[in-house]
Design a protein around this ligand. Structure first.
Ligand code: F6R
Length: 249
């Protein structure tokens, strides 16, 4: 548990770098959105201090807003290109990203699946927690899908802050599936802010359901949740006590 967003980002960055020192050629899965921004800023600072740190890394973009123009700054690809790949000088041969306007979205999923079959599994997966419990664009529902797939975005996901400046509204999501996420060797789940406190509480309950995809992380043996006090501050419960009791946070 971290005091605030800054210390959450510091702690996650320390852990990220530790993993890299052990395995410099790690394959990293990357979420976008507001929560990991502080982590990514710190990774850029670490790279400036030691340009060899991530020089062998490989990167895969977790998901993409389908239907946005390829050069729309709201795409996940653009987010990571500007915040991480350009500052870290990552060449295109070390990145797997989605086309946001693929001619054939199913074919795009097969391309990503093939890339992962060759390069995977993911060593380190960075995740944020959706307001509806989604991970990537694995949206709540009766079933979850294991592999890369075309997702029907929920209305809640379509209100994501990333889309506030988008030139158009996404018509679908493209995402790694729960299988790829759960096959990752290590998972870092970042959760910040009071708006996520109910989700943290639900996650900490330990109940597993496809209606709250993040709950499947309880099936993984190496998840670390980086959570700040606001995200853990639910009014009528003590989330941190509950989380300690379930051994999850
Ligand atoms: C985006 C993604 C989403 C976000 C989630 C939380 O690439 O994978 O699942 O991680 O919606 O977003 P923030 O961090 O903006 O609250």
């Amino acid at each position: 548990m971290s005091r605030d967003y800054e210390s959450l980002s510091d702690t996650a960055a320390d852990r990220f770098v530790d993993e890299f020192r052990q395995k410099p050629e790690s394959l990293v899965g990357l979420a976008t959105g507001g929560t990991p921004e502080g982590l990514y800023q710190r990774l850029v600072a670490r790279h400036r201090a030691d340009p060899t740190l991530f020089s062998q890394a490989r990167w895969i973009v977790l998901d993409e807003w389908g239907g946005l123009e390829e050069d729309d700054p709201a795409t996940c690809g653009h987010y990571l290109q500007t915040r991480l790949f350009e500052p870290l000088n990552v060449g295109p041969g070390r990145i797997c990203r989605w086309s946001s306007q693929p001619f054939n979205p199913q074919e795009e999923c097969r391309r990503v699946e093939k890339w992962l079959a060759d390069e995977g599994p993911i060593d380190l997966q960075v995740l944020g927690l959706g307001k509806n419990g989604h991970l990537g664009f694995n949206e709540p529902g009766r079933e979850l899908i294991a592999g890369p797939h075309v997702a029907t975005l929920t209305e809640e996901s379509l209100t994501h802050a990333m889309l506030s400046t988008a030139r158009s509204r996404p018509t679908f999501g493209l995402t790694l599936g729960m299988g790829e996420i759960l096959r990752s060797r290590q998972i870092l789940l970042l959760v910040s802010g009071g708006a996520k406190s109910q989700q943290v509480l639900r996650l900490a309950s330990g109940n597993i359901t496809s209606e709250f995809p993040a709950s499947l992380l309880h099936c993984h043996g190496a998840v670390t949740v980086y959570c700040d006090l606001e995200a853990a501050s639910v009014t009528s419960f003590d989330a941190s006590a509950m989380a300690t009791a379930t051994g999850f946070l």
